[in-house]
Write a protein that binds this ligand. Structure first.
Ligand code: ADE
Length: 419
């Protein structure tokens, strides 16, 4: 078995963590148990480019239980949990290529290693795997049945590929499932981003001016949790509807340049580049702390910050001090990479349970529908999305009501109006 990881002797710690996460992933576990019996993925070669975490470990277990052969690489140079990578290799015999802190060249060499077995299914978190196939490994395309994509940023890239007719196989957008983005993006990113900022800085949030750039599902989650910890939260947006939602959710909304003058902690979750740039660095007070929780490390213009800097030093494990020419200090967390995975452990298992149930069932759906789908981005079928919600509710011991027959026919008729 091929692999490239930091240290196999970390495996015991990784195994404990994978098993602990499994306890909070009842939906994925039930899929794994069914897969073990039915083997719906028998012989299927899967290349997965995902954050190598305890939760991903449990997804890989489920796919393997279904009969798939998996090669796994990291979807971000800083998100790998080295002990998990070690356990996946030692305890689950999954070819893993991921080392926390790997440089860009190693990151891409790991993507190539994951593709080595000529995948029939690709799994992405950010679309780097599909992009590599379409640009550098076109010879793999004929054997690919389809792919899955985990995150908003990846979907934006894939939709652009489909529009430009360069997408050469179907891809299922796991992100668009309700049981994914309403929970993972909101509650997962919300908690883990605040967790990452606190682990990186040990700052007190109560009473602190906390700027959230971007009010999509991730931004909403972070704003909500920071507010819950007593921060004074300011939201910045470019979309008028989202800006309005933030206002009515009770947040102060203003342009980032104005927020830059009064903020202490800044976090970007926009999916766009250079959200924090020169004019914002120029306006920030001494001691400003900036972090990113969007997928790529482009939301903060770090090359520009480097240029403005007289001296840089590492203050804490995930915090660098930039001493600017005018004497102000700016603190950048986690090198501008997603802070929830760089400094903390990513989303907790209880939400990844639903995200990765969507992944596992989407892979099964692709295998079942081989040759029947077009080369475009599909959403997760509604039945799968609802089944995951039903299973999750059941695992929480929560029951809900059913429509009566009379109500069902009322909802499907147009005859009954004002009484
Ligand atoms: N993305 C965000 N959190 C994650 C986690 N815990 N595992 C895998 N991918 C993630």
């Amino acid at each position: 078995m091929e692999y490239e990881i930091k240290d196999i002797s970390l495996a015991e710690k990784g195994l404990n963590r994978i098993e602990w996460a499994d306890q909070a992933m009842p939906v994925l576990r039930s899929i794994r148990q069914r897969f073990e019996i039915e083997k719906p993925l028998r012989g299927l070669r899967i290349s997965a480019c995902l954050h190598v975490t305890t939760e991903t470990g449990n997804l890989a277990r489920a796919l393997k239980a279904g009969g798939a052969e998996i090669r796994l690489c990291a979807s971000n140079p800083l998100s790998t949990q080295d002990e998990v990578a070690a356990s996946l290799v030692r305890d689950f015999e999954i070819s893993t290529f991921a080392i926390k802190g790997e440089d860009s060249q190693t990151y891409y060499s790991h993507i190539h290693s994951a593709l080595k077995h000529r995948p029939q299914i690709t799994m992405d978190d950010g679309a780097d795997l599909v992009t590599t196939v379409l640009s550098e490994k076109k010879e793999l395309i004929p054997e690919i049945i389809g792919g899955t994509e985990e995150t908003t940023t990846g979907i934006v890239r894939l939709r652009s590929m489909a529009e430009n007719k360069v997408l050469k196989f179907p891809v299922i957008s796991v992100n668009d499932a309700d049981t994914k983005h309403l929970f993972d993006n909101r509650y997962g990113t919300g908690q883990s981003t605040v967790d990452g900022i606190i682990r990186a800085t040990n700052l007190l949030l109560a009473g602190t001016s906390f700027v959230v750039a971007g009010y999509g599902w991730c931004g909403r989650g972070v704003a909500m949790r920071a507010k819950g910890m007593g921060a004074h939260v300011i939201v910045t947006e470019v979309d008028p509807v989202r800006g309005l939602e933030a206002v009515m959710d009770g947040f102060q909304v203003m342009p980032l340049l104005d927020a830059a003058r009064v903020g202490r902690i800044f976090v970007t979750l926009t999916g766009n580049k250079h959200v924090i740039r020169k004019e914002h660095f120029d306006a920030m007070p001494d001691g400003a702390v900036i972090a990113n929780s969007g997928h790529f490390n482009v939301e903060i213009d770090i090359p520009l910050l480097e240029k403005m800097t007289r001296q840089k030093r590492r203050i804490r494990e995930f915090m660098d001090e930039y001493l600017l020419g005018d004497g102000r200090r700016i603190y950048l967390l986690g090198e501008g990479r997603l802070i929830n995975l760089a400094a903390a452990e990513g989303h907790p298992a209880a939400v990844m349970d639903m995200s990765f149930a969507n992944q596992a069932l989407s892979v099964e759906y692709l295998a079942k529908n081989k040759g029947r789908l077009e080369n475009r981005v599909y959403v997760v079928p509604r039945e799968i999305d609802h089944e995951i919600a039903r299973l999750k509710l059941a695992s929480l011991g929560v029951s809900i009501d059913c429509l009566t027959g009379d109500q069902e026919s009322y909802l499907s008729s147009w005859l009954e109006g004002t009484q």
